[in-house]
Unconditional design. Structure first.
Length: 230
């Protein structure tokens, strides 16, 4: 039988991009350590500025996840956000439209009516419950590397999520976990010069949960590309 030559590396890559989504409901099943190590090995090939590889990670598993989940929930409920990196000043124009579209899809999937602030606040707190995931990850960068360290960490996060999808692991990158960096540094014993870029929850998706059934749209290329021919 001849090999299927239509399944090219680019086709495989595109399939992973299309299949990956932000999972917001997980099964309690742990991911075995060998699989997590394989994901980390793949993501470690991420390119970075001057090959600095600024990402450092804390990953929870087993009882460590449950202890962290409980402590984070308690802290987040009682403290305002003080992120290491400023959140967007505002969303405007098309960026606001895309944000609203995503939010409306999320709320509709879990039966939250528009304008129900109490229900939307409860859904926001699901971030700090890690959406029930068996694993959490905190991604930090070196303070001295500035915005370029953050950029490199973002590339690493993307590659980890795609590698996870390739092995049947679901994930969600969470800026929300970066809202309380002082708590994270204290809880995990991180040095002061490690700045929190974001967090991530990962594990096996709960395919029966309605929150995992919607998919966000992507802009047409003519909205994001301009050509300079002369």
């Amino acid at each position: 039988m001849s090999a299927d030559t239509s399944y090219t590396p680019s086709a495989a890559f595109e399939q992973l991009l299309r299949e990956r989504y932000s999972c917001r409901a997980f099964l309690p099943q742990q991911v075995d350590t060998a699989t997590i190590m394989r994901l980390l090995e793949i993501a470690q090939r991420t390119p970075s500025w001057c090959n600095s590889q600024p990402w450092q990670l804390v990953i929870t598993r087993g009882p460590g996840t449950d202890r962290f989940r409980a402590a984070l929930l308690d802290y987040a409920a009682a403290h305002k956000a003080e992120p290491d990196f400023a959140f967007p000043r505002e969303y405007r124009g098309v960026y606001l439209e895309r944000r609203r579209e995503c939010g409306f899809q999320l709320y509709e999937s879990v039966g939250i009516a528009r304008g129900d602030r109490a229900a939307s606040a409860r859904q926001t707190m699901e971030n700090f419950r890690l959406f029930g995931a068996p694993h959490a990850m905190i991604i930090t960068t070196d303070e001295a590397l500035g915005v370029y360290g953050v950029l490199d960490c973002g590339a690493w996060v993307n590659n980890f999520m795609l590698a996870a999808r390739s092995l049947g692991i679901a994930s969600i990158a969470q800026a929300a976990l970066g809202r309380h960096p002082q708590f994270l540094r204290s809880y995990f014993g991180l040095p002061a010069d490690r700045l929190v870029v974001c967090g991530m929850s990962f594990g096996y998706e709960d395919g029966a949960h309605p929150v995992n059934r919607f998919r966000t749209s992507r802009a047409a290329l003519d909205q994001v590309v301009s050509w300079a021919d002369e």
